[in-house]
Design a binder for this molecule. Structure first.
Ligand code: AMP
Length: 397
């Protein structure tokens, strides 16, 4: 049995490993000259910056991605963050525990959860925020902005509840030693051991579908026949490659999320640990992490790599960046810092193909054609959601 994978991002490589382990002959086609998509490193001035994602796995080694990597026997070390998170609120830092939220807010949350469970009532999360204490309201905004690049007006209570339950079950983040690239390198090594192939600079130009069944891919005008086609490029692009219509429906249903990431060099630690610092007082920046506290090799000797992230609240990228930079100036007051790179994702690539909670699953209207990766996530945060999508794909085949 032969499988063609379109795109060597995290989802594509996880699916490739799963299939190779099951005995498939796997070919991964990647249009760029490098492997890993938005989940690998870019070396700049001796700092290991990331192409898209933060060097972080939302639920560390215990979560869906950590467990899947372990099951696939991928050789990567994930260091769980301790503490998992802190909040910067009214210029004071406080370690996050359940006790940080007032009893009344927690009770309201549990009551809404029960109403949802027994009566199926659902609503956008901003409705829940009305009337709760200021700290919890701002924490929800920072958490959503940091981990999902969205606001509470864009996520249903039911989806947030699932993510909350996943967080309670698997706990907080971890950092792969070596950054995102270490995970990708591990997957590539593993795939090679099964004789799987990755073809760089090979853009898939079309997907061959006959009688509603995927039969192969077109690369450089050549038809490559296979039994399974797995796309790592989201439903929208996949549909374009098929050239048949489920597009109209998708265009209506799916909207991308957009955000801005700052990579910052420091001569001394600012956070001082490897957890997330949620910035509740800031206008745009939702949170920061300092990965060099887990892996000093992600920066030149003695330096630190701090990353900050904000959701885009308007469509004006320059304006959003100006607000983000203003926040950073205030947050890092007294520190000698250098902004290494500002990355925005709004259109084309890199891009978050679907807003969190709006993914439509891994199946397509065509037999033997599946979508994995961003755009086909399960109900969890970013790469842990990607792992859940790949696991679902594994169940279906
Ligand atoms: P990500 O953006 O991390 O989800 O990864 C998706 C990967 O798919 C990236 O590495 C893209 O360069 C790659 N990609 C996108 N479109 C195509 C295509 N038509 N053929 C091959 N690779 C593609």
């Amino acid at each position: 049995m032969r499988a063609a994978i379109i795109g060597a991002g995290l989802g594509g490589l996880l699916a490739a490993n799963l299939l190779a382990k099951e005995g498939y002959k796997v070919d991964v086609f990647e249009k760029l000259p490098f492997i890993g998509g938005r989940f690998t490193n870019l070396t700049y001035k001796g700092f290991e910056l990331s192409t898209g994602a933060l060097h972080m796995i939302p639920h560390g080694k215990r979560g869906p991605l950590g467990s899947l990597l372990k099951e696939l026997k991928v050789d990567v070390e994930i260091k769980d963050s301790k503490p998992e998170g802190e909040a910067l609120y009214n210029d004071k830092r406080e370690i996050l525990t359940k006790k940080v939220a007032p009893f009344k807010t927690l009770m309201k949350f549990y009551a809404k959860s029960l109403i949802h469970k027994f009566f199926g009532r659902d609503f956008y999360l901003n409705e829940f925020q009305k009337g709760i204490d200021e700290f919890s309201g701002k924490f929800i905004d920072a958490f959503l902005g940091w981990s999902l690049s969205i606001t509470s007006r864009e996520i249903l209570f039911s989806k947030f509840l699932k993510i909350y339950q996943q967080t309670m079950r698997f706990r907080g983040p971890g950092i792969p030693i070596g950054g995102c690239k270490a995970v990708i390198d591990g997957l590539v090594e593993n795939l090679k051991s099964y004789d799987g192939k990755i073809h760089l600079r090979k853009k898939v130009e079309g997907i061959v579908v006959e009688s509603a069944k995927a039969k192969g891919v077109i690369v450089k005008n050549e038809r490559i026949d296979c039994d399974l086609v797995i796309s790592n490029v989201g439903h929208y692009e996949t549909q374009k490659l098929v050239g048949k219509d489920y597009l109209g429906y998708l265009k209506m249903k799916l909207s991308e999320s957009s955000g801005i990431k700052y990579s910052i060099a420091l001569n001394e630690p600012f956070i001082g640990h490897s957890g997330v610092l949620f910035t509740l007082d800031a206008q745009r920046i939702a949170g920061l992490n300092e990965v060099t506290n887990a892996d000093p090799n992600l920066a030149p000797n003695g330096k630190h790599l701090l990353m900050a992230h904000q959701p885009m609240l308007t469509s004006n990228v320059k304006y959003e960046i100006s607000l983000g930079l203003k926040d950073l100036k205030r947050i890092l007051n007294g520190y000698n810092y250098e902004i290494l790179v500002v990355q925005s994702y709004t259109d084309g690539w890199p891009v978050n193909r679907v807003k969190a909670g709006m993914d439509i699953g891994v199946e397509t209207p065509y037999t033997n054609l599946f979508v994995v990766g961003d755009g086909a996530k399960g109900d969890d945060i970013e790469v842990d959601g990607i792992a859940l999508g790949v696991l679902r794909f594994g169940e279906l085949i």
